[in-house]
Design a protein. Sequence first.
Length: 334
Amino acid sequence: MKQQKWANFIEELGESKYEELNEKHLKSIVKLPKEKMTFLELQHYLSNDFQVLFNEDSTRSKWHQKDQYLLIWCVVKLVEKRNIQYNESLQKGVFEYLSSFLGLSADFLLEKWMSLLKQSLKEMPWKQEEDEIMIELRKQYPNKGWTYIAKEFNRKTKNIRYQKQIRERYNNVINPNINKKPFTHQEKQLIMLKAYQLKKNWAGISKLMPGRTDNKIKNCYNSIVKKIAKKIHFDKANPKQEQLILEYIQQYNTYEPDELANQIDLDQKNQSLIKVEHVNENSNTSNNQHNISPFIPSLQPLPIIYGHYYQNLYQPQYIGYPIYFFKKAETRQL
């Protein structure tokens, strides 16, 4: 059955099956794997390795580069042949059709295709219709994961969206439980405290603040730290200085830039005064000691074994008056 479906697909493609993919155009749509195959190599891979590795008894979950290229090739050829837009591939039954000869579920193929797409929220603005569908799905399936919600969402809309896009759109923008009011003073204090204690775990902090999203909390934190860094001439991009700002906030119990800067400046001045006084006290003591203490050279004892030598070397030869005094006295007597 699979072989017949594949043969029908190849027949539908005609001579276009030998044409190479337009990689320059595709690079803006999907992430092309480095490993590529010609049509004959691809057909051989499908009939042998792919079918063996993805049979009904297989537990293989890893998606290799050849698997990626096979899926991309099939989607691109079918979309071009039937003149379908890529964002319409789900509604036009592309993945159901590919499932018939690849032997994998349409949902699995859709998930793999979505993981290869190069789309962003900016390229595809959200429509009100999409938001309404997402809200309805979240109400209908409150206990389902976002993988399931994403599949159902893509079935009902005309655009293919990533699971991550759908989750972030709902959690950060359209969730009816979101508190969109400005952060209160108490909330800001809690954010700065928990950012220090939980090491900026935004998801963990959002659980402590019902109605506040992790994205909004992160933005609030960055805004506060940026203002403080500017005030005290720090670089927010420097992780060590950012950590020091958090420590200052905990130490002085304030996140207000002006108040924090004044406290830091005051402490630094006090510390400087203490150091100067300490140095002056040491200096006075040292000078007094030098003024009242006589200079006493340090003399090392002479070793006994060299006593005679040192005695001859250092001890004076005459003790008392010099010898010439006695010689003069003798002369005078004579």
